[in-house]
Design a protein around this ligand. Structure first.
Ligand code: S3P
Length: 425
């Protein structure tokens, strides 16, 4: 699929973005593990979350779509041995969180994924799970790989990466371990797992980048209301901020502080973003975000400490930086090289084709800014977030922009182009 984007005069109107991908994955997994029924409202219906749903179905959870509600009949912590390999598709969250769950099940299961997922590093998860007592036949570091679960011991683990996927895998395994499992990361990554585990009745303690869970407790099915995905909203925040005269309100966006780096960074660049109508949905903070375009943005320094809170928004932030005045330097972002694509290379090569002054470094980007973008023939590099970031770049480019292989958008936001068109005047 090719998408074509023309320069926008301005963006106007209200938009409700789809449900949060990370929260949806966790609601499906915890719902499938818990005792009784879990009802999920506002869930994300996109390919990644479908992968998680299908895997949990294959392990005996009854999951049905009833109108706008996802109904999950949980398995009271004991999953069924799957007959076939569990296909995680493109979804790193599915693969890594399921490894944690499988570590606690008394059977062997195989995890597979698409070409992109099969290149992504898994040792960061298998290493701590092995310490807990899980067995990985063949010691493979990439998918496809098998997990043989069993009796687990609690561990205290210092993670090398600030990674919610690693942390969550350990905490999920910790539910099955004897004693208190502790994970400490260099910086606090998104904390949806710990918040939802508590909501489902687990005993969790969190203190800064250190979190622990007590093993041996039964999760109980709950009602979950999923906030709008800030990582989806980010595309429209940047679009409205860079197109002069824009005035957009993004409704019901999850603004959990472990995810909201994009708001702070755009404000620091000089964008006019305001949070209104702040409230909580369960334990997750939610707000409406109003964005006005007009003022020229300025380049900023973005360092390692904020990266985990803006990890998925760097490609679209690079678009904002490319049209800002002055240089933007992003460092401490080496993790972007092991996402759905090498996002540092992907975004710099594609924005370079549009005439941006952008260079990659080992662990970041240096973006010149101010030069103006030109429409070009671009490629998604097989990565949903690169495809959407480039569509946003097309709104401020001179002439038409085409993005090839854009079908991957359905991984996280199947209706993205409709949403964009609904705002463009
Ligand atoms: C996610 C965590 C992040 C993020 C990914 C979703 C999650 O990955 O990039 O899109 O749902 O836990 P890492 O935890 O590996 O950084």
């Amino acid at each position: 699929m090719i998408i074509i984007v023309s320069p926008a005069e301005k963006l106007k109107g209200e938009l409700t973005v789809p449900g949060d991908k990370s929260v949806t994955h966790r609601a499906v997994i915890l719902g499938a593990l818990g005792a009784g029924v879990t009802e999920v409202r506002g869930y994300l219906d996109a390919e990644d979350c479908r992968s998680t749903i299908e895997c949990m179905r294959a392990m005996g959870a009854r999951i049905t779509f009833r109108g706008k509600v996802l109904l999950i009949q949980g398995r009271a912590m004991k999953l069924k041995e799957p007959v076939l390999p569990l296909d995680c598709g493109n979804s790193g969250t599915t693969a890594r969180l399921l490894m944690g769950v499988l570590a606690g099940q008394p059977f062997k299961a195989e995890l597979t994924g698409d070409a992109s997922l099969s290149r992504r590093p898994m040792k960061r998860v298998t290493a701590p799970l092995k310490k807990m007592g899980a067995y990985f036949p063949g010691d493979k570091e990439t998918l496809p790989l098998e997990v043989q679960g069993g009796e687990l011991e609690a561990i205290s683990y210092k993670s090398l990466q600030a990674s919610a996927q690693v942390k969550s895998a350990i905490l999920l395994a910790g539910l099955y371990a004897d004693g208190e499992t502790i994970v400490e990361e260099p910086y606090l990554s998104r904390n949806h797992t710990e918040l939802m585990l508590e909501q489902f009745g687990a005993k969790v303690k969190a203190e800064g980048p250190r979190v622990s869970v007590q093993g041996g407790n039964m999760l109980k099915g709950r009602q979950v209301r999923v906030p709008g995905d800030i990582s989806a909203a980010a595309f429209f925040m940047v679009a409205a901020a860079v197109v002069p005269g824009s005035d957009v309100v993004l409704k019901n966006v999850g603004v959990n502080p472990t995810r909201s780096g994009i708001i702070e960074l755009l404000q620091e660049m000089g964008a006019e973003l305001k949070l209104v109508n702040r409230r909580y949905w369960g334990r997750e903070p939610v707000a409406d975000i109003s964005v006005r375009g007009g003022d020229t943005l300025r380049g900023i320094e973005i360092g390692a400490a904020i990266i985990p809170r803006v990890i998925d928004e760097i490609p679209v932030l690079a678009v904002a930086a490319a049209v800002a005045q002055g240089e933007t330097r992003i460092s401490g972002a080496g993790e972007l090289r092991v996402k759905e694509s090498d996002r540092l290379t992907a975004i710099s090569e594609q924005l370079d084709r549009m005439g941006a002054m952008i260079k990659e470094t080992d662990d970041g980007l240096v973006i010149g800014g101010g030069g103006g973008l030109k429409g070009a023939m671009l490629d998604s590099c097989g990565d949903h977030r690169i495809a959407m970031a480039l569509a946003v770049a097309g709104l401020v480019a001179e002439g038409e922009t085409a993005v090839k292989n854009a079908g991957v958008i359905k991984i996280s936001y199947p209706a993205f182009m409709q949403s964009l068109r609904s705002l463009v005047e």
